[in-house]
Design a protein around this ligand. Structure first.
Ligand SMILES: Cc1cc2nc3c(=O)[nH]c(=O)nc-3n(C[C@H](O)[C@H](O)[C@H](O)COP(=O)(O)O)c2cc1C
Length: 187
């Protein structure tokens, strides 16, 4: 069983990375393979909203912008569950998370057969600063994304610099529980 953990911060020892480590430990303790993907280390540009705006991706489920998106997109077929972790920037996901999720949503939301996210459990994590301003709007945009691609929403977790000590434990517990739930379904 494979669980992909997306992180999306330039800081390799910051709060987002700590959330990713907590999630990884939870997944591995539950007996699954954790694949941590830091989106900041991929060359993934923005959606060009090509054609009339709907893009060719709507019908062929592929993105025309050629970069590292394609290799990551293709790898999602082998994933059983997802954990998306983003720092909160201006009340939204970080730019690297937005660039990837904007494009993957367009490719997957209209897939005629079962899409790469459909029915798979997902945990969303928004990692904010001390103020926590915009934490809920960041989680809301994640909720909208995962509604469009038809995931099973397992949890939404907001963490700030102030509550990180106990919220990292929450992320670890949630990742473990999601993985065990999936295993118990016999996948
Ligand atoms: C460009 C930018 C915008 C930010 N906007 C917010 C914000 O709207 N609300 C908030 O609580 N923190 C905000 N922060 C703080 C980060 O969310 C916070 O420091 C987070 O923990 C960073 O994660 P990292 O340690 O993984 O880089 C912002 C930081 C940056 C760099």
């Amino acid at each position: 069983m494979n669980v992909m953990i997306f992180t999306s911060s330039p800081n390799l020892d910051g709060l987002t990375a700590a959330c990713g480590n907590a999630a990884k430990i939870g997944v591995e303790e539950a007996g699954a393979r954790a694949l941590v993907v830091n989106l900041n280390q991929y060359q993934i540009g923005n959606c060009k909203a090509c054609g009339s705006g709907w893009g060719t991706c709507r019908n062929n489920n592929q993105c025309q912008v050629q970069d590292q998106f394609q290799e990551l997109h293709a790898s999602l077929a082998e994933i059983d569950a997802f954990i998306l972790i983003s720092p909160v920037y201006f009340g939204e996901m970080s730019e690297s998370a937005k660039a990837f999720t904007d494009r993957v949503r367009r490719c997957e939301a209209f897939r005629k057969e079962k899409n790469y996210f459909e029915g798979k459990p997902v945990i969303s994590v928004a990692a904010a600063g001390g103020s926590g301003n915009g934490l809920t709007s960041c989680l809301t945009s994640m909720e909208r994304l995962f509604t469009h691609v038809k995931t099973e929403k397992f949890d939404f977790i907001g963490v700030t610099q102030k509550n990180r000590s106990y919220k990292l434990n929450t992320i670890y517990q949630a990742a473990k529980e999601m993985t065990l739930t999936l295993k118990n379904r016999g996948q």
